[in-house]
Design a protein around this ligand. Structure first.
Ligand SMILES: [Zn+2]
Length: 496
């Protein structure tokens, strides 16, 4: 917190300097910091006095910060009663949500029903919190002179409104493709139609794919190696130097992450490797972060290596697609192919489409407040259902209680975190588009991607895309990503 505050004031000081002398941005002696300065200059018109900035930090602490804490504390102190294999159990939130992906359909359904019923009972709390968070944001927007509610996020993510509009419009035009996948998945699951608790559920006929550590290592090293020998070598070195803690043991924290040092020191990965297909994907994903850091942190100064969320998943998701291709080429049965394709398409669908529903939802709350209407629980739920239906159409049946789905997302209650969703959509479609390009251009694309990863944050996403020949404000670029997803869906359909 303290470090963050101090660093924030360095930017404010630099901002003041740039406001007086904007020509510093193009000063040849500062060439290396050009984009870093450009980013600060863009924030200058919205910066307030030091006293005002201090006051905002203070009011957030007992304002939005308190709502965020309440939401987190509420979730972590609730218990949920559920019957599993004939035994009555009382589980915390973190545990019961594990059943959302159970192979047992009835259990998935009950877990969803129980959780959202309880969340919905406290709609008063969630609506009060969201209303305060949104209204606070609109006030700050006025104070900082942001033209629209999304501007702060667009500047923070180093993108522009035009690019995001083009991205979201591409998503809206292609909801039919996602719905086609969901109908196909229903068929593969032997259902007439998916229910909400089936959307990311495993396929019932998915074969047991068991990956020993060495086998997984071989697959991921080869996946990167087939793309580029150097990348494959770096990935193998991560195993050789024992920089990946994959052991499953008691007391280990859950989840996975890649921690990389600056100035080209090596990266370290933590995960709990359970020998499943999903674990191999996690491994290849985290190694993609390591590769990204390897290239970026060796090339860039620390100030040019603050990779924003729109670009942060480029190495990792690209790695997942390389692995997908490799595993598909080796799959022996159609069930194996289906499991691999459904895995990649489930993830794509969530990041690109489900998350888009949240973008539309958030926007609709501001529109409503601006019209002077009051956000109570039922109104917010209606907005959520409308945004959700815009994506899913009639391809999925929803439990009535799913109208409370918005209540559990901690991000909605965090300070300075408005419109955090579209970067996920951006990241996903950006990499799918790049992967498409790789398939079209072949080997000549390899050096382009490496250059892009090495650029860190020294260039904006728009400039990075321009270097591979694309304009991200043009829907044509995003359509490339959609095309790649369509190709996977076609391949899945062919297995029927
Ligand atoms: Zn990641």
């Amino acid at each position: 917190m303290k470090v963050g505050q101090t660093l924030a004031f360095i930017d404010i000081e630099l901002g003041k300097l740039l406001a007086e002398k904007p020509s510093l941005v193009t000063d040849p002696t500062l060439r290396e910091y050009k984009h870093y300065l450009e980013r600060i200059l863009r924030r200058v018109p919205h910066m307030l006095s030091e006293n005002e900035e201090q006051l905002i930090i203070m009011k957030d602490k007992s304002g939005i910060g308190a709502w965020q804490m309440l939401q987190g504390d509420w979730l972590s102190t609730r218990t949920f009663d559920i019957e599993i294999e004939g035994k009555k159990k009382r589980l915390p939130y973190g545990e019961i949500i594990g059943f959302y992906q159970s192979p047992d359909r009835d259990l998935r359904k009950r877990a969803n029903q129980i959780v959202y019923e309880k969340l919905g009972k406290d709609e008063l709390v969630w609506a009060s919190a969201l209303r305060a968070v949104c209204e606070d944001h609109l006030q700050i927007c006025k104070l900082r002179k942001y033209p629209v509610a999304m501007t702060q996020s667009v500047i923070a993510n180093d993108v522009d409104q035009q690019a995001i509009d083009s991205l979201m419009s591409t998503i809206e035009k292609n909801v039919g493709l996602y719905q086609r996948y969901l109908r196909l998945k229903a068929k593969l699951m032997g259902l007439d139609k998916l229910a909400n608790y089936d959307v990311v559920a495993p396929l019932p006929n998915a074969p047991e794919m068991d990956y020993a550590w060495e086998k997984a290592r071989g697959e991921v090293v080869e996946a990167y190696g087939e793309f580029d020998g150097e990348l494959g070598g770096w990935v193998d070195e991560m195993f050789e130097r024992r920089h990946i803690d994959g052991e499953v043991r008691k007391g280990k924290r859950s989840g996975a992450f890649c921690s990389s040092w600056l100035a080209g020191k090596s990266a370290y990965i933590l995960q709990s490797f359970n020998r499943r297909l999903g674990d191999v994907y996690t491994l290849v994903h985290e190694l993609g972060h390591a590769v990204h850091a390897y290239l970026g942190s060796r090339t860039q100064k620390p100030s040019n290596y603050e990779i924003g969320s729109c670009i942060a998943e480029t190495g990792s998701t690209f790695g997942e697609l390389l692995l997908t291709e490799r595993l598909l080429s080796k799959a022996k049965t159609k069930e194996e192919k289906q499991a691999i394709l459904a895995n990649v398409l489930d993830e794509f669908g969530m990041a690109a489409f489900q998350v888009s529903a949240r973008v539309f939802f958030e926007q609709s709350m501001y529109d409503l407040i601006e019209r002077g209407e009051f956000l109570d629980g039922e109104t917010v739920a209606k907005l959520w259902v409308a945004a959700r239906d815009k994506i899913y159409g009639d391809s999925v049946d929803w439990l009535e209680v799913m109208k409370w789905e918005w209540t559990m997302k901690p991000h909605y209650y965090m300070a300075n975190y408005r419109f955090y969703n579209y970067p996920y959509v951006f990241a996903q479609l950006f990499v799918f588009a790049l992967y498409r390009l790789y398939k079209e251009e072949g080997r000549s694309f390899v050096s382009k991607l490496k250059k892009l990863l090495a650029a860190g944050s020294s260039k904006s996403p728009r400039e990075l895309a321009a270097e591979v020949g694309f304009d991200i404000t043009d829907e044509g670029f995003w359509e490339k990503g959609i095309k790649q997803a369509e190709e996977f869906i076609d391949r899945l359909e062919q297995t029927l």
